[in-house]
Design a protein around this ligand. Structure first.
Ligand code: ADP
Ligand code: MG
Ligand code: MG
Ligand code: MG
Length: 625
């Protein structure tokens, strides 16, 4: 990840003067990549997960569980364990790697090398995650003060109105800034005033290499409406700063905590120093679809997404189509956050650091990743909305679900477009308490494009018509040995096919309907995955494993199993020391951390949350950190 580079970061006042330099050269670097790789075709499926961890230190005597700042020490220790595993392992590629993340209590881990489309590789995810230990989280510092107010979960005995007693009301920063003092902390809210409240916001991210740039753009767009739905299903962040919140997810908190927009950019003052009014934080949901295929109707991009006109013009002059040029010039309205004095001047043909500087500090729900220079890696898409789950079993289940869904999307040319404004509304809904059971989500009514038959209505579910034998029977196609990566585009509609009004294309669905189907009208995402799996050669054992994962997703979506957020909330509310006052005491927090650790290690059952027998013991090697 580009930004975690060891060098001498310039202070913001020095860095500011280089912002245009970074943008201009960043675009030059992108254009070099475009020129060299726009026609690259045929890359196989490679993919990988990233799991962010928060390091927790247990004090068993005082019954306290705190964030540990020993990132450096722990990384060194992990490295020696990883070296041990590597020495014992026949398969070097499966040994995971650990990297520092932004805060000193954060780590990130990725597989030692990306997975392929081989089914056995896909199913090695859980095993691989099992090597990575610990519980984790992201935190990001920002230069200026922020005010994050999260609605408090009001319990039977929560004092009303609730005034957070731990707010340092008298601290000088508040008297310097009467506005903040008067308006910043809201009643009945948990107040977080600055750096470090990225807590509870570990992500589970997945990156997929695409066959070519067109596939990457198609997949990117298809995953945009999937992002809020998966956020709701993975909700795992109901506790904040010692209180129970009335939301279940991290997304908006992280967005607020890294929101570096000025008052002008936020529309509070007329534009004078800054160039744009910017509706969203740089950590935010996607604002533009980017595919240049016909399914992407321009009307779907229906929210304000400012872009840099000069950069847009430069990209178009270079032959880049409007949809992609908009996307890049939209990302490039942001300033670089960190500039290292050693890397201001770069060879734009051999470096992509300036491009990555802006690209990788746009933390959107989905990221379109161009190939790095001088590397074998192709065009990729990163899916970034999911919350990290307490157990490897769940993390693996969600990783496997998304990789299979991405194949079903491409194989059946699934059309999942809904207007971006509706995706944003879904983002808001997905974070509400118990969204799985109480919210509905905008979703497309007809996901099969004209000319693409539903795989469930034809005996051969490959998505393509089968050859016919002399007796008139379809000859089954040979099954594929691995997950595909290069698929045909959606057939164009017949001449005269009328596209109806955008607002007739979607409806509101429960998560149960989206995943498990809604009568005849929509088979549900799970069935589409099973239809796709019919085209792949899978052993009984592999099939069983996949069933276990998909079953977790099914039952989460139907509400039969709780989300981690619900389970955690219930754990706190049923703890003997809980006073029904919304407060999570040190003791409750400790017991919760112990319980999570025990569930993950398989020594404690929580059948309302994880189906029994699914959590297996970790290899001994990683114990004792
Ligand atoms: P970032 O932090 O910028 O999102 P990382 O370098 O941490 O990216 O890697 C993201 C994921 O991409 C990792 O899981 C890694 O295994 C995976 N990966 C590496 N090479 C490829 C590739 N060629 N195609 C797809 N994924 C890849
Ligand atoms: Mg990473
Ligand atoms: Mg990360
Ligand atoms: Mg990532």
């Amino acid at each position: 990840m580009g930004l975690l580079y060891l060098g001498t970061p310039l202070a913001w006042d020095d860095a500011k003067q280089y912002a245009d330099h970074v943008r201009t050269h960043g675009i030059t670097q992108f254009l070099h990549i475009w020129d060299n790789l726009k026609d690259r075709y045929g890359d196989e499926l490679l993919w990988g997960d990233e799991v962010e961890y928060m390091v927790v230190a247990f004090d068993n005597e005082d019954k306290n569980a705190k964030l540990s700042l020993r990132q450096t020490e722990i990384l060194a220790k992990l490295q020696s364990i990883v070296n041990d595993i590597a020495a014992d392992s026949e398969d070097q590629a499966s040994v995971p790697t650990f990297h520092p993340e932004y805060g000193r209590f954060m780590l990130e881990s990725t597989p030692g090398s990306p997975y392929t489309g081989e089914v056995r590789d896909v199913l090695s995810v859980e095993e691989n995650m099992r090597y990575r230990t610990l519980t984790a989280n992201i935190r990001r510092r920002r230069g200026s003060k922020v005010a994050i107010n999260l609605p408090l979960f009001i319990d039977d005995r929560t004092p009303r109105p609730f005034v957070d007693p731990t707010i340092p009301w008298q601290r000088s920063i508040y008297s310097e800034d009467p506005e903040a003092r008067q308006g910043a902390a809201l009643l009945d809210h948990i107040y977080m005033d600055a750096m470090g409240f990225g807590m509870g916001c570990s992500c589970l991210q997945l990156t997929f290499q695409s066959c070519n740039i067109t596939h990457a753009r198609r997949l990117y767009d298809a995953l945009v409406p999937i992002a809020p739905i998966m956020l709701a299903l993975t909700a795992a962040s109901p506790l904040w700063r010692g209180y129970i919140a009335d939301v279940d997810c991290r997304w908006d908190v992280v967005a607020a905590s890294v929101d570096d927009r000025t008052e002008e950019e936020r529309g509070l003052k007329p534009l004078k120093e800054n160039r744009f009014r910017i509706p969203k934080s740089r950590y935010g949901s996607v604002s533009l679809y980017i595919s240049d295929e016909w399914l992407n109707r321009p009307e779907y991009n229906d929210i304000e997404a400012p872009f840099d006109e000069a950069i847009f013009g430069r990209l178009q002059e270079h032959g880049i189509d409007a949809a992609l040029a908009k996307h890049i010039s939209h990302l490039f309205i942001r300033d670089p956050i960190v500039i290292f004095s050693e890397t201001i001047h770069q060879d734009d043909k051999t470096s992509n650091d300036h491009f990555e500087n802006i690209q990788s500090t746009n933390w959107q729900t989905v990221r379109f990743k161009p190939p790095p220079v001088n590397s074998p890696i192709g065009w990729r898409v990163e899916f970034r909305s999911m919350e990290v789950q307490p157990t490897d079993f769940e993390n693996a289940a969600f990783a496997v679900f998304v990789v299979l869904l991405s194949r079903a999307i491409l194989n059946y040319s699934l059309n999942l477009y809904v207007p971006i404004s509706k995706v944003d509304e879904n983002m808001a809904r997905s974070q509400r308490r118990d969204a799985v059971n109480t919210e509905k989500f905008f979703f497309r009514k007809e996901v099969f494009p004209p000319g693409v038959p539903s795989p469930l209505s034809t005996p051969n579910s490959s998505g393509a018509s089968s050859p016919i034998d002399p007796t008139g029977h379809a000859i089954p196609r040979p099954k594929s040995k691995k997950l595909g990566n290069c698929f045909a585009p959606a057939p164009k509609p017949d001449a005269g096919h009328e596209l109806g009004p955008i607002d007739d294309e979607y409806d509101e669905y429960s998560l149960n309907e989206i995943f498990n189907g809604k009568g005849e009208a929509f088979p549900g995402l799970i069935q589409l995955i099973y239809a796709y799996l019919e085209t792949i050669d899978i052993s009984e054992t592999e099939r069983h494993r996949i069933d276990e994962y998909l079953d977790l997703i099914k039952r989460r979506a139907s509400g039969a199993l709780q989300t981690p957020a619900t389970w955690i909330r219930n754990f706190v509310r049923s703890h003997p020391a809980y006073k029904f006052d919304s407060v999570v005491s040190q003791e409750i927090n400790y017991d919760l951390m112990v319980a999570v650790d025990e569930i993950e290690r398989g020594v404690r059952q929580a059948p309302e949350f994880i189906p029994p027998h699914h959590v297996k013991c970790k290899p001994n090697k990683t114990n004792g950190i």
